[in-house]
Ligand binder design. Structure first.
Ligand code: NDP
Ligand code: HSE
Length: 440
């Protein structure tokens, strides 16, 4: 290529997927080519858009339909930059690996794939000498991955905690404010384009679980896979739970919590978990509404940082994807490279049973003298310290009274044993919920 061609020849962009996010990305690329050209220093040319169904209406993408193709494999071989927005494991993984083999840099929002097979993608990108960017994979529009990979690379992260799934935050917020049921609100979140193609990934917590794996890997320079992150979603949360939490002056949020912890032998380890969490209404996370996300990062030098913004949806996510695209394109122009994997620390992942937090346990008990003492004895025997006990009014139908017990910090393993023993008490009808508490 001649010198003049090197500066004017467009960089060829392949878009894989033209759904919720892909169509917003396509529209922006098509409508504002001059801005991308000016920001990159070379024009970007969209050379094709891979989809499943060529006949679907796609007016919102503003595309010349001749760009659409079902031959994604062929498309990646003729691109300098590939944007993967298909989602899921296959064919996304094979297409990304093929893009690397053909010398293209890749931008993706695919947390499911990164959480399952991130190291393989990093290695393939490194071998090919190209970039792998994934800002959209965690917390939608919020610049979080780049700060974690680059800005905080000289600091030591202690803890990352936050709301990283827009759909479940939208649902829990609506349940809290309107008393609605989970199923009704989920349909609304799907319509608004927040949910995954299979929304069970959101409500079962698996989307947040994959994001926690990505964040823990970056924060602690350690390979943490989705399967290393303990996960509990929101499907078991009832309007009774929401009411109980309200009465405590708190709110329920699905949190991802990644921590550098001290193991029993004094060495460092990593813990990563996702679960519904009781948070006081005065805590900044309590005021995160709708599909917004917020993440606290606590480090040795910087102290506490908070990242906040839209966590899902077409345009916010497209913002993150396009930012990555510009970065990858600039690197092509200048011959620079983005950061690769940093997993030198290789800290062991601590089992959930050793993780310590606080709990609120809701049980239905017989309303008789001595019952509270029996319940308290179980906690005493298992070494879990009670912070408070609040008994509600006895129900007329079954004669049982709801009892909410809040604990001081205890190990998950101890708590599990406590719950098991409570279930065995004659005076306890059911253990209706066990929720963790943070920020109190
Ligand atoms: P959608 O389900 O809306 O879009 C998926 C697109 O991929 C569709 O255009 C579909 O084609 C296409 N596709 C599916 N299978 C194939 C295939 N085998 N070959 C070619 N094309 C295929 O997903 P989203 O846009 O919501 O999400 C895309 C990615 O971005 C996912 O990884 C998701 O996790 C991530 N993400 C999504 C966010 C959001 O708010 N939605 C936020 C952050 C990340 P067709 O249109 O023909 O069906
Ligand atoms: N389904 C995801 C969410 C999309 O609701 O957060 C953003 O990653």
């Amino acid at each position: 290529m001649s010198e003049s061609n090197a500066t004017t020849e467009p960089l060829r962009v392949a878009l894989l997927g033209c759904g919720t996010v892909g169509s917003s990305v396509a529209r922006r690329l098509v409508e504002h080519p001059e801005e991308f050209s000016a920001r990159v220093g070379r024009p970007l040319e969209l050379v094709g858009v891979a989809v499943r169904d060529l006949d679907k209406p796609r007016d919102e993408a503003g595309l010349d339909r001749s760009l659409l193709t079902t031959d994604a494999e062929g498309l990646v071989t003729r691109a300098d930059l590939v944007i993967e927005l298909i989602g899921g494991i296959e064919p996304a993984r094979s297409l990304i690996l093929s893009a690397f083999e053909h010398g293209a840099s890749v931008v993706t929002g695919n947390k499911a794939l990164l959480g399952e097979d991130g190291p393989r993608l990093y290695e393939a990108a490194s071998e090919a000498g190209v970039d792998l960017h994934f800002e959209a994979a965690v917390a939608g529009a919020i610049p979080l991955i780049r700060p974690m990979r680059e800005s905080l690379a000289g600091d030591q992260v202690r803890r990352v905690m936050g709301i990283v799934n827009g759909t479940t935050n939208f649902i829990l917020d609506k349940m809290d404010r309107t008393g609605a049921d989970l199923a009704d609100v989920l349909a609304e979140a799907q319509q608004l384009g927040y949910a995954e193609a299979d929304p069970t990934a959101d409500v079962e917590g698996h989307d947040a679980q994959a994001k926690a794996a990505i964040l823990a890997s970056l924060a602690f320079h350690t390979r943490v896979a989705t399967s290393d992150v303990s996960c509990e979603g929101i499907t078991a949360i009832t309007s009774d739970d929401i009411r109980t939490v309200r009465r405590m002056g708190c709110v329920l949020k699905l949190l991802a919590i990644c921590e550098r912890v001290e193991r029993p032998d004094g060495t460092a380890g990593v813990s990563a978990r996702v679960h519904p969490t009781i948070v006081p209404r005065s805590h900044p996370l309590a005021s995160v509404r709708e599909a917004f996300n917020a993440v606290f990062v606590e480090t040795e030098l910087a102290g506490e940082l908070m990242f906040y913004g839209p966590g899902a949806g077409a345009d916010p996510t497209a913002s993150a994807v396009l930012g990555d695209l510009v970065q990858a394109a600039r690197h092509r122009v200048t011959g620079a490279r983005g950061p690769g994997e940093s997993a030198y620390a290789q800290l062991p992942v601590v089992p959930l049973g050793d993780v310590r937090t606080r709990y609120a346990i809701r049980v239905d008990v017989e309303d008789q003298p001595g019952v509270l003492a029996r319940v308290a004895t179980v906690f005493g025997d298992t070494g879990v310290s009670i912070e408070s006990m609040i008994q509600g009014i006895r129900r007329s139908d079954d004669g049982l009274a709801p009892l909410t017990i809040a604990t001081h910090e205890a190990a998950e393993g101890r708590l599990a044993e406590t719950v098991e023993r409570l279930r065995g008490l004659d005076e306890v009808g059911t253990v209706s919920s066990v929720l963790r508490m943070e920020g109190l």
